[in-house]
Design a protein around this ligand. Structure first.
Ligand code: BGC
Length: 771
């Protein structure tokens, strides 16, 4: 039974009621994006009710000056925020002088539909205005996936009864602000606003960072399908532009306003002439027309679904949930520009400032690696490669030397933005996730050249950091890493976080072995790297090897588990099942002090390490750790359940995996955390994909082979997913009795199902019995 606010549908999200009190929630759910820009689903017509206006342009940020109580040396001066940019969806509608505003109308019918197959948002409503006029509206809009600087809106109005005057005023408004601004400052200043013929443009510049964004529109109006004969009046203000059409209406007339928009940023165009260029682009969009633009946009979406869809049979809510997640991930990042990345909320809200977190490498990276062309994941790696100098500078500010790099916890341009010491300085495991993504990319794509070209420079710099960040303990006769915060942020400043120490050891080992294999296979490239990074192999690599051999990894031998950190067993040992449900989530009911001292874990920590390094442990060890830590985990980060689901599935505990999967699958659609109003959990959506592909599908890359160990949730009849291995697409379908694998590419794919190795020829299909 569906108790969601949204109707069950395999491809659509459908809302059938106008619920002003949930307006912000729906603005997040129905948000649109195309990798270059995005926006919340604000209404086109005037709306005086509660709303969070949100339009965002990828890569454009404002350095909002830091607010902090006690300033610590090493803190960044600012937190980069993607500013709420010029709002371009607006179309004011006046009927006989009365403004159409749903907050003041009696809304008789209301339907909003997001078609995820096509990337099209449609809203229809019938409203009775205070004067009694009844009006029917259909609004359709999309942000083009095929021409990502352009968007279009079709807005149709029919008025029932009588005749009179109808006025449409499509507008652009750059006089916007962020709700999340530390000092209530405006982030934009005016450059110019201008009208020329049927077009208008507003050009604004971000304060301090000087990004210039030009937003232009061209509109056209039809009445009953014929071009309207009215001449619009265009007017430019300081940060605004308006274009007013005044017409006469009679009963039965249908007016359709089409608004074509182009958004150009100085990231991609010279700033000098950007306003005129934007006007030209809006004009070209108008020439192409709404239907033709929509057709190319549909085709672009269809190509994405063709190579990244997941089909679940027997559970329509699960199907809708996973498609929603895949849709949002593709709206957020398309991978064409290595300067861009994935904010935890994408383009759907202001929280997290649109900046980059470890979420990208730890959660989102595998999704793009498996569902998009190789260059997309490569661009995510290049983003960090380009920030290497800044990461070295960042480590320098904290006292590290000799080319050691500490990548920021939160960043837009490579500089650290985060300013809580226990995270900024201590949550250093992020460095490990960045190193691991390089390994993941190479084993998945087979692009070993990436290491010699770029990857090793990053690995060396991160290894230098780990080598300096640990110290020899005379007491333990081991290398230790002190004063860190693991992924479990419900605990700070701990010593020897097992996950962090494992990552440090792994990075040092991987860097040393990758250098060694390059030295033997390609001495010239090896020498090039040694010179570029001023590496001293005798001194540095042997030091890394020494740390690898002797790093301390806390464990409890009687329980047969790894210890999250030193002293973990001193805590009062309880499980989440002991908690009073009325006290959850803990972060809303307990003091921070009580949380820090408790045994409760926010998100996978030891288990995050087991997820990454599972091949190093036997099944019993994994099971013991899983049972111990999962029972203490309160999953108060949306990133948590998916990693647990993957491990549970690998332990053939399909029911537990399914229960955990359910916590992420429809997190936003059903608003489990009561915070969807702030935006969607984009990076955790990738976790849901992981739960299915790596969890139920058991996909792993081992020894140059793509391996599957599928399990089947009882609630489903079958599921299938399309992934790429070595850039070759394949479809894997699992039902109650068999696994069907189809090679959709023109090349051979080395494969293993339940440990049976085969080579799948181009276009070949093979079936395996389900275990
Ligand atoms: C999580 C972090 C994550 C951040 C952004 C926090 O709640 O604990 O691991 O990086 O959210 O998603």
């Amino acid at each position: 039974m569906n108790d969601s606010r949204f109707q069950s549908d395999e491809w659509k999200i459908i809302e059938t009621r106008f619920e002003p009190e949930r307006g912000r929630d729906s603005e997040s759910i129905f948000a649109l994006g195309n990798g270059m820009m995005g926006q919340r689903a604000n209404f086109e017509e005037t709306y005086s009710g509660d709303s969070l206006q949100g339009t965002y342009v990828a890569g454009v940020y404002y350095p909002d000056k830091t607010v902090v109580g006690w300033w610590k040396n090493g803190y960044p001066e600012y937190f980069a925020k993607v500013p709420n940019a010029l709002s371009w969806t607006g179309i004011e509608v006046k009927i006989d002088g009365e403004t159409l505003d749903l907050a003041r109308c009696e809304v008789k019918e209301f339907r909003r539909e997001l078609d995820m197959r096509e990337g099209l948002l449609t809203r229809t409503f019938t409203a009775v205005m205070p004067s009694g006029r009844r009006v029917n509206v259909t609004a359709r809009r999309f942000l083009s996936m095929s021409d990502p600087e352009c968007a279009a809106i079709s807005y149709s109005v029919a008025i029932t009864g009588g005749s009179g005057q109808l006025q449409f005023t499509p507008w652009l408004n750059g006089d916007v602000y962020n709700e999340d601004a530390n000092y209530g400052e405006k982030f934009w200043e005016n450059e110019m606003a201008e009208c020329e013929g049927a077009r208008a443009v507003v050009v604004a510049q971000t304060r301090k960072t000087g990004f210039v964004v030009a937003t232009a529109m061209e509109n056209n109006l039809t009445v009953n399908g014929w071009a309207a004969t009215v001449t619009p009046v265009l007017k430019a203000g300081k940060m605004t532009a308006h274009c007013t059409y005044t017409c006469e209406y009679s009963q039965g007339d249908i007016f359709e306003l089409r608004k074509y928009v182009a958004v150009l940023s100085s990231m991609n165009h010279p700033a000098e002439n950007i306003g005129h260029q934007a006007m030209r682009a809006a004009g070209e969009a108008a020439q192409t027309g709404f239907e033709a633009m929509l057709q190319s946009h549909r085709e672009a979406w269809s190509a994405r679904w063709e190579h990244g869809d997941i089909v679940i049979k027997g559970d329509i809510e699960a199907q809708q949930g996973i498609r929603f997640n895949i849709f949002q991930l593709n709206q957020t990042y398309t991978g064409e520009d290595p300067r861009l990345n994935i904010g935890p909320k994408g383009f759907t809200g202001e929280k997290y400032g649109g900046s980059t977190y470890w979420d990208t490498e730890a959660f989102a990276f595998p999704f793009y690696l498996s569902t998009a062309d190789t260059h997309v994941a490569r661009n995510l790696l290049l983003y960090r490669y380009k920030h290497l100098e800044k990461a070295i500078e960042n480590a320098g500010k904290l006292g590290f030397t000799g080319g050691a790099a500490l990548y920021p916890m939160v960043t837009m341009n490579g500089e650290e933005c985060h300013n809580e010491w226990e995270i900024t300085f201590e949550e250093i495991h992020r460095n490990g996730a960045i190193a691991y993504a390089i390994y993941n990319y190479v084993r998945h794509t087979g692009d070993h050249d990436y290491l010699a070209g770029y990857g090793l420079e990053v690995l060396i710099a991160i290894s230098r950091f780990w080598a300096q960040r640990c110290n020899w303990s005379d007491e333990k006769k081991k290398y230790v890493i002190l004063g860190v915060t693991g992924p479990n942020e419900y605990e700070n400043n701990v010593n020897n976080n097992w996950y962090t120490n494992m990552l440090a050891r792994w990075t040092l080992r991987y860097t040393a072995s990758s250098l060694e294999s390059l030295r033997t296979t390609s001495p010239v490239k090896y020498n090039g790297i040694v010179t570029r990074t001023r590496l001293s192999p005798e001194k540095e690599i042997s030091n890394w090897n020494e740390i690898v051999q002797n790093i301390y990894l806390p464990a409890h031998h009687d329980l047969g588990i790894f210890l999250q950190q030193d002293g973990f067993m001193d805590k009062v040992q309880q499980t989440a099942a002991d908690l009073d449900p009325a006290e959850r989530p803990l972060n809303q009911h307990w003091s921070w002090d009580r949380i820090l001292r408790s045994v409760f874990i926010k998100q996978a920590d030891v288990l995050q390490g087991i997820y990454l390094f599972e091949d190093e442990f036997d099944e019993e060890t994994i099971r013991r750790n899983f049972d111990f830590y999962e029972s203490r985990c309160v999953h108060e980060s949306s990133l948590s359940p998916s990693i647990h689901a993957v491990i549970a599935a690998s332990l053939h505990d399909t029911d537990r995996a399914y229960t955990l999967y359910l916590r992420t699958a429809r997190l936003d659609l059903d608003d489990y955390n009561r915070e969807v109003k702030d935006g969607l959990h984009i990076t955790s959506m990738a976790g849901t994909w992981l739960s299915i592909v790596e969890g139920f599908g058991g996909m792993r890359i081992r020894n140059d082979r793509v391996c599957f160990n599928p399990v089947m949730p009882v609630a489903w009849k079958s599921y299938s997913f399309i992934i790429r291995f070595r850039n070759n697409p394949m479809r894997v379908e699992v039902n109650g009795s068999e696994i069907n694998v189809v090679n959709l590419s023109q090349s051979e794919i080395p494969l293993a199902v339940y440990g049976e190795s085969v080579t799948l020829k181009a276009g070949e299909e093979m079936k395996f019995g389900k275990k």
